[in-house]
Design a binder for this molecule. Structure first.
Ligand SMILES: N[C@@H](CCC(=O)N[C@@H](CS)C(=O)NCC(=O)O)C(=O)O
Length: 224
């Protein structure tokens, strides 16, 4: 079993239900997004910082593969309910643990799904390709052609976000909600890329404010 539990807190929730959420994954992985959300909506959790992308990574050990056959982080265990895939985890948690970020109308939830799928299928692949080939890989493994293509794709998506933020103060409309969270937690990588964002002034302000939220800062402190 992984060592080094960062945070443990067990409570009896208001309904008298004794629940415990475990979050598996090093804080500099996508587990960051789950830790941020747990803090954002006040879910007590135990953090197990399973290692990845290192020799003998814990995410490839048999005990972890039983939880997540992909051998990737993060994974959660919510009082015995085990699931993986970061965006799905966060949407599940937002629905399960009632909170003001998750509105009740089908339309506002539809909007959250729209921005969630946009973030994971349209934005994240280009963002990760760019990050790997400009920052993460050792210089001799970086492919600048791939990086340029990814940056072009990413900029088109950032313009879509800029246009929306010119119409409404938040992606969720009048208030910052799960739509904003789901995009902001993916765009966190931009803080490591030093990309010129002057073409997207509203996005830049919105992202800085999102990443400055107290719950985001708790999760950021674990990795920065
Ligand atoms: N689509 C998955 C991707 C998970 C993923 O790729 N996690 C990375 C860390 S952020 C990982 O575990 N990498 C280890 C590896 O590739 O072996 C999700 O969103 O949860």
């Amino acid at each position: 079993m992984a060592q080094g539990i960062v945070s443990v807190c067990r409570v009896v929730l208001s309904g008298g239900e004794d629940r415990m959420l475990k979050i598996f994954g090093a804080p500099h992985s996508r587990a960051f997004r789950v830790i941020w959300l747990a803090n954002e909506i006040g879910i007590p959790y135990e953090h197990i910082p399973v290692t990845f992308s290192v020799p003998n990574a814990q995410c490839k050990e048999p005990w972890y593969l039983e939880l997540n056959p992909n051998g990737l982080v993060p994974t959660i265990d919510d009082s015995g309910f085990v699931m993986w895939e970061t965006a799905a985890i966060n949407l599940y948690l937002a629905e399960t643990y009632k909170n003001s970020l998750y509105p009740s109308t089908p339309q506002s939830r539809g909007r959250i799904l729209q921005w969630s799928f946009f973030a994971t299928t349209e934005v994240e692949p280009a963002l990760i390709t760019l990050f790997r080939n400009r920052v993460f890989y050792p210089p001799e493994q970086r492919n600048e052609t791939l990086a340029v293509q990814a940056e072009q794709t990413l900029r088109v998506k950032l313009a879509v976000l800029e246009d929306q933020l010119a119409k409404t103060p938040f992606l969720g409309g009048d208030t910052w909600n799960m739509a904003d969270f789901m995009v902001a937690c993916v765009l966190y990588v931009l803080t490591r890329l030093k990309l010129d964002l002057t073409a997207y002034p509203k996005l830049e302000v919105w992202l800085a404010a999102s990443l400055d939220r107290p719950a985001a800062q708790v999760a950021r402190k674990l990795r920065e």
